[in-house]
Design a protein around this ligand. Structure first.
Ligand SMILES: [Fe+2]
Length: 188
């Protein structure tokens, strides 16, 4: 097994045990969207896509929403914490410093973007939230809270990707109209 495979395997093992039920499917689905957005994407971005939310899978290390006043502040702490955990895994798998630093940077900025490469990760993650996470999120949260999260995620998407979720079939009328309302509200 080469070093990158060692990292991917460890990420999968940790996320598989996540108490957040959508984490395993979201990890793989983010990679799938990344490949749709950029088929020749590099290995560092693939690892970042698989592991960008890893901290959520480790109950004793995850950051709590209640500890942050603002949602963006919480999301930045979440991204940094995932990057730190991945750096530890990469050390265990003897990944070079250059590649470790690159993946650390990508994961650290995956919520906000900022460079051409990290923007692809942010977009794949944002689309995947609407594709696979949202129905789970809706079960755990109120209509109001889900709507807020939808608006936050939708506004992050670049204009050329904003219509992508129109084709997602949520199999739930209430959630479908909530997503449509959120799109309508954002476009006003
Ligand atoms: Fe994510």
């Amino acid at each position: 097994m080469d070093n990158i495979d060692c990292v991917k395997k460890k990420i999968e093992e940790i996320i598989k045990k996540s108490p957040v039920p959508e984490d395993p499917v979201h990890s793989k689905n983010t990679l799938e969207w990344l490949l749709k957005l950029k088929p020749d994407v590099d290995e560092a971005l693939k690892v970042a896509a698989l592991g960008h939310d890893i901290e959520r899978a480790i109950e004793e290390r995850k950051v709590g929403r209640e500890d942050y006043k603002y949602y963006d502040e919480f999301k930045d702490a979440h991204a940094l914490n995932s990057a730190k955990i991945l750096a530890e895994i990469m050390k265990e798998c003897n990944i070079s410093k250059k590649l470790t630093d690159d993946i650390f940077f990508l994961v650290c900025h995956h919520e906000r973007g900022g460079t051409r490469r990290v923007d692809i990760l942010r977009d794949a993650d944002s689309i995947s939230f609407f594709h696979v996470n949202l129905p789970y999120y809706f079960i755990r949260n109120s209509v109001e809270e889900t709507k807020k999260r939808c608006l936050w995620g939708y506004r992050k998407l670049p204009d050329n990707l904003k219509r992508v979720m129109i084709d997602f079939d949520y199999q739930n009328k209430e959630l479908e109209s909530l997503v449509r309302a959120c799109i309508g509200e954002s476009e006003q």
